[in-house]
Design a protein around this ligand. Structure first.
Ligand code: GLU
Length: 488
């Protein structure tokens, strides 16, 4: 997905008149995060599923920022959501909508519902509502508003009280959701109370805004976490009260940690951005998130093009998905191996710059690029790749613990023999290999037993790319310099 771009990226605009929200014969889906923090990895999966659903069905995907709760929303969070989605290649096909700009429209609908007898003004104070709840609890019933103002003459309203608007919810029968993932789910209407649509200060509740927006934006399918399943009943009641078509719902199970508990900080990284800074590629995250809770036979590696071709909600499982870091890391190794070398060089450059405390020189970049195929084989994250690439820079690396055991006199004698032989050797992979084999034979050593001290002499590390490749790329001058330094 990172490779694909749609016509509109995450630009900020919320004027519905200028966007193209028209009834559509193809699906329109949305991702509607509240900008109260980073983009949770579960949110990223919800966004991905929506995006794939749209692409698979030739539909469109909308990003709507649900920033009605001004106290909890922040610009930083909006920024984090944009950055994460752009990184994953999940782009909105419409200008991004900021829900807070639509409060007047939400209020307009609430008042219309009152005028149509579908909702009513309630003048109870919060204390009175709390008392009703307590009474209900005391009678062993669900705490709820008791409908006090439902059929009361508004002329009896107290002075100086700004009312809330409540839905005149059905009192008998049941509300049924035919959920595309959960199947048929139902609730007895008497369990739901006349919930608030508009607060006393005139601000809309989440329940109202989300329905009005989904309706106005012609959302055909609501794909979101199953923590919203219970909200769907109330939302359906609003659609019905307004006489609007109810969209299809698909509530996807949440992501759990490896221990089966709901994903939390103690399981490790939670935000998409953390995965990025841990060195995961966006295509890995997309592939992994896709596999987490959605299946296509035994396929583990699924390109984004394949995902667009195959994705549909019927492949989404009902059991909570478990995050498995080992699987994720191995998958990242795969995507690193098939990634373009120049792109990888660009990705590791910030990490190299930090390690070197300077930007890598053109010659170093050139060496890394030439050695990239070998480096890729040994790295499962961008950070590991950057670390491996340091052997192609002129930075004098610390000896790793195992490498230190190859700094003894015997090892040095063996490396000295190689240095001797190198004087008359061409620095090409194959001649270097012949040279080392001959040296090993002369010293009566196995190739590995000679390679290891040589590796340590050249890189100060016990693991590195192939020595022949390394020496060929570094060239005679740098190779000799490193050997001389090791031997003094
Ligand atoms: N804004 C809600 C949230 O971030 C999601 C609303 C929805 O998907 O219906 O939890």
């Amino acid at each position: 997905m990172a490779q694909q771009t749609s016509s509109l990226t995450c630009t900020e605009s919320s004027d519905l008149n200028t966007s193209s929200f028209q009834p559509s014969t193809t699906p329109i889906v949305r991702f509607a995060p509240s900008p109260t923090g980073f983009l949770h990895i579960g949110g990223a999966r919800t966004a991905l599923f929506n995006w794939l659903y749209a692409k698979h069905h030739g539909g469109r995907f909308l990003l709507r920022i649900e920033d009605t709760d001004k106290a909890r929303s922040s610009e930083d969070a909006v920024e984090a959501i944009f950055n994460s989605l752009n990184w994953l290649g999940i782009t909105s096909d419409f200008d991004v909508v900021f829900q807070s700009t639509r409060a007047a429209r939400h209020a307009e609908i609430a008042h219309k519902m009152v005028a149509n007898g579908k909702a009513y003004y309630c003048y109870c104070s919060p204390e009175e509502v709390e008392k009703m709840r307590e009474d209900a609890r005391a009678n062993g019933m669900q705490p709820r508003y008791n409908g006090f103002w439902r059929d009361r003459d508004p002329l009896l309203k107290p002075a100086n009280i700004s009312p809330v608007v409540r839905l005149k919810a059905p009192t008998d029968g049941e509300t049924i959701i035919e959920d595309l993932v959960q199947g048929t789910v139902r609730v007895q209407n008497k369990q739901l109370d006349d919930f608030i649509l508009l607060r006393a200060d005139g601000s809309p509740t989440y329940m109202l805004s989300v329905v009005v927006d989904d309706h106005d934006m012609h959302i055909s399918h609501i794909i979101r976490g199953d923590d919203h399943l219970t909200n769907a009943f109330r939302q359906k009641q609003i659609y019905e009260a307004c006489g609007w078509t109810v969209p299809h719902f698909a509530h996807i199970p949440l992501i759990h940690g490896p221990d089966g508990a709901k994903l939390s900080k103690r399981h490790g990284a939670m935000s998409a951005e953390e995965y990025r800074s841990m060195g995961f590629l966006p295509e890995t995250i997309c592939n992994y998130l896709l596999k987490l809770g959605w299946g296509h036979g035994d396929d583990e590696i699924i390109s984004i093009e394949q995902a667009v071709e195959w994705f549909d909600v019927d492949g989404i499982g009902r059991a909570p998905a478990r995050l498995d870091m080992l699987k994720l890391t191995n998958l990242n190794g795969h995507y690193i191996r098939i990634a373009d070398n120049q792109r990888l060089l660009d990705l590791i450059t910030p990490f190299l710059t930090e390690a070197l405390r300077r930007t890598p020189e053109p010659l170093e970049r050139n060496h890394i690029l030439r050695g990239m195929n070998g480096l890729k084989e040994r790295a499962k994250t961008v950070i590991e790749l950057a670390d491996g690439a340091l052997v192609y820079t002129t930075k004098e690396l610390e000896y790793d613990e195992k490498a230190l055991t190859f700094c003894n006199e015997t090892a040095k004698a063996h490396v000295a023999a190689v240095r001797e032989a190198l004087v008359s050797t061409d620095f090409t992979h194959d001649t270097l290999e012949v040279m080392l084999r001959n040296c090993a034979q002369t010293l009566n050593l196995k190739l590995g037993a000679l390679a290891q001290p040589l590796r340590v002499a050249l890189t100060h590390r016990s693991v590195s790319p192939s020595l022949f490749e390394l020496m060929e790329i570094l060239g005679r001058e740098e190779t000799m310099k490193r050997l001389n330094s090791y031997l003094t």
